[in-house]
Ligand binder design. Sequence first.
Ligand code: BTN
Length: 247
Amino acid sequence: MEIKVPREWRLIMKKETLSTNEDVKALPSGSDKIAVCAAVQTGGRGRMGRHWVSPEGNLYVSLCLELGSLRHAEMYSFLSAVALADAIEELCAGIEIKCKWPNDLLIDGKKASGILLETDGKGRLIVGIGVNVVDFPTDQMLYPVTSLAACGFSVTKEALLEALLKHFDLRQRQLQKEGKTPLLDSWRKRAYGIGAPISVNLPDRQLHGIFGGLDQNGCLLLNKEGEEIKITVGDVFFGRIERNENG
Ligand code: BTN
């Protein structure tokens, strides 16, 4: 299938690569709105330095964005998750996608995609997106995981990529024009577990409390014994989970 890309975007397709995020970092300057997609990654990377298992059949794509041209760059974690949810919902009738802070998508309460945002020191934001289309790792996962196929949804990764680029572009235009409220509201509408007990692993400690939603900047609100704590970075687990050596 020929993949249509939105106006101003360019797509580079590869058979195999180490990591599409690394491919984007190696692009020359002036590569705004270039997407690199690979069929297989041999060194796919996840958040917090973890490995992202990347067999053939799933979607691995990274987008290159010039930070200087972005309004509300701090919103791109949510923008990426919401655009991906829009794309999956367009292709999978009846699917229920939930958003888990900051940018995971869950189906049936299990993680079906991962998003890794990085900057490259050259003024660019790299948005790396992996979607479990047909396959998902079963070994030593921090969270329960699934794939679209395992949930009964049959889509091609090409159709998903086309829809993702379309919705990413639409959400970018919405953010530029209308600001962050519509985007955060779209995330909140799909939020998983507001009011539920959560554990948050911060780089240096673990907090337990009740998930209170998002503030107007996208910070996670944790209600802990009557106190409201704003969290900007961390790994969220539902329930009271004690930290182990993996996370
Ligand atoms: C996570 O830990 O949830 C984020 C996973 C991000 C994986 C994607 S796949 C495409 C891009 N290339 C990588 O090496 N990582 C991201």
